[in-house]
Design a protein. Structure first.
Lengths: 165, 408
């Protein structure tokens, strides 16, 4: 199964709704509108010629420069019989990051979505148990967002004679 | 007697017919900081709720401020039973992003180290299953040979548990003769020990009764739960990253992927045993290939990637380019090309993936570790539902959960 074949199939079904096609390091990558994620994932799962039935990874990313669609959710899918991988992305506004959950399709998405919620605050609609998973429950921010930088190594306000920062 | 009730009990606790048991987070049989709040009916588990994150160290966040070579130390601390695999996986991811091509000899040396790490990972897991079924001897016996594997690591990179082994492009130095001698000793002596470990358990009535039919998961459910590695193979799916997307020249080796049928604790044990034999065979093949390099080829231990590979110290003092690269690398002033890459290796527990996004800065923009333990531990409540508490303990160890990898 070639990337072009998958692309044709997806374009035939969804037309121009899918954008930002690319193939970084050979992996077909596509961006779907955020309210369409389940439709696309379902199509990729059910279509016998595509059969992307293994969710390798689900994670998030924060792009503060993409105003209005700062948060990203990234799915890595794998067709194990044809041994083809592909990447599906979606972008959601940080003000209201509502995304439909993929737990109905993949049981394994449960904790991966909880992790994405935990670190980025993506609100997975329909998730059976959307709580923090690695951080403490009392935490009131989403630590992997870019507005929480780690300490700047070049700061000069510290007086440290031995290591002279 | 007054009509007042002095002790205030929680709602519904009088009529409750089940027992709530808090297992962990520091219970000796949980092998790490795992907590399960179990609802028990007698000795049977009605429901369990795992709590994870006790040793979460925010590696993904820390990595966003570190140059590539400093992230290797973070990967050590994921699955610390087989840290060289994590190190190599990270180097391979960087090499994929940077387009560095490694020489064959480096690939084979890496294969030797990765397979040694797999053996040490599997033998710990299998002997721990033995401990949980009541046989401590095997665990203590194989420790000697894990020690020997650690001595080989020590000869190669200087450390044992958190190895920080290798660099982007290869190894920090060539393997010493002592390393090869120890490897030869391992290849000579270990098969006998592995045979004895199997003699102790494989047809042991008590062990079989405790492990067969317990902790089972079907292939369909395992796939839906994104299982990988020995746990998926025990359920009968022959998915192995080493074969499906070969890295580090695994395509040059002849080996089989063992699969189970029922996905229970016994099958997981057997699959790991067979994988140890396969790893031994791969190491033998790789060692033969390494020995076939003669003359200057036998001295190759890194790729030619001066921008990312830390130069030798004697060159730093005598050559200008080496000094410049040394400074730039150590200070983390090397710019990483823009890109987005997913790369995975077959870790001790399954597909260990690295999703690396670079925006052209000096550090990754985003780095995500696909940690197999974290992903399959969520199936634990489903696997142990309805089973005995003592079987759930064996299941926990036979899934080979490593807290470091799970919590990231």
């Amino acid at each position: 199964m070639t990337n072009d074949f998958i692309k044709e199939k997806l374009k035939g079904k969804f037309g121009d709704l899918l954008t930002e096609w690319s193939e970084p390091y050979g992996m077909l990558t596509v961006t779907v509108p955020r309210e369409m994620n389940l439709k696309v994932l379902n199509f990729l799962y059910d279509e016998p010629e595509l059969a992307f039935r293994f969710l390798t990874d689900l994670t998030g990313a924060h792009y503060p420069d993409r105003v209005g669609e700062e948060l990203s959710v990234i799915y890595h899918l794998h067709n194990l019989t044809e041994n083809t991988r592909m990447r599906v992305k979606l972008f959601a506004p940080v003000a209201q990051p509502d995304v439909y959950t993929a737990t109905g399709l993949f049981s394994g998405a449960n904790w991966m979505e909880r992790e994405t919620y935990d670190f980025f605050g993506v609100n997975f609609l329909g998730h059976p148990d959307l709580r923090r998973v690695l951080n403490v429950d009392e935490m009131d921010y989403f630590p992997l967002r870019k507005e929480f930088p780690l300490e700047d190594q070049s700061r000069i306000d510290k007086d440290d004679e031995m290591f002279g920062r | 007697m007054s009509d007042h009730q002095h002790i205030k009990l929680p709602e519904g606790s009088i009529g409750k017919t089940t027992t709530t048991l808090n297992l962990g987070p520091t219970h000796p049989a949980t092998h790490g900081v795992f907590q399960n709040i179990m609802e028990l009916d007698g000795e049977r588990i009605v429901k369990t709720e795992p709590t994870v994150g006790y040793i979460h160290r925010a590696f993904e966040k820390i990595a966003e401020r570190r140059p590539l070579y400093q992230i290797t130390t973070l990967t050590d601390r994921l699955n610390y039973c087989s840290s060289p695999i994590n190190n190599m996986g990270w180097h391979l991811t960087c090499e994929k992003l940077l387009g560095v091509k490694t020489p064959k000899r480096v690939d084979y040396l890496r294969v030797i180290i990765m397979e040694l790490a797999r053996i040490s990972d599997h033998l710990i897991c299998n002997s721990i299953v033995g401990v949980d079924t009541g046989a401590y001897t095997g665990f203590l016996y194989v420790m000697q040979y894990r020690e020997l594997i650690y001595e080989i690591y020590e000869e190669v990179c200087g450390s044992r548990l958190t190895t920080n082994m290798g660099r982007i492009g290869g190894f920090e130095r060539n393997f010493s003769d002592a390393a090869f001698q120890k490897l030869e000793r391992f290849l000579r002596e270990y098969p006998k020990v592995q045979k004895e470990l199997e003699n102790l358990f494989t047809r042991n009535r008590i062990f079989m009764d405790r492990t067969r039919g317990t902790g089972a998961i079907s292939a369909e459910r395992a796939l839906n739960y994104s299982f990988t590695g020995p746990n998926l193979r025990a359920a009968g799916v022959d998915y192995d990253v080493r074969v499906h997307s070969p890295y580090s020249s695994y395509e040059d080796f002849d080996f089989i992927i063992p699969v189970g049928t029922t996905g229970d604790n016994y099958d997981r044990f057997q699959v790991r045993n067979e994988e140890i034999w396969q790893s031994l065979s791969i190491i033998r093949q790789a060692y033969e290939k390494v020995q076939s390099f003669k003359g200057t080829e036998a001295e190759v231990y890194h790729a030619d990637a001066p921008e990312y590979y830390l130069p030798e110290k004697k060159d730093v003092y005598t050559k200008m380019e080496a000094l410049i690269y040394h400074f730039k690398i150590v200070m983390g002033e090397t710019e990483i090309p823009v890109g987005e890459v997913y790369n995975s290796v077959e870790g001790g527990n399954g597909e260990l993936g690295f999703y690396l996004v670079s925006d052209g800065g000096r550090t990754p923009f985003r780095l995500h570790f696909r940690r197999p333990c974290f992903i399959y531990y969520q199936a634990y409540p489903e696997i142990v539902k309805g089973s005995m508490l003592s079987d759930a303990i064996i299941t926990l160890s036979s899934l080979n959960l490593i807290a470091g990898e799970m919590d990231g």
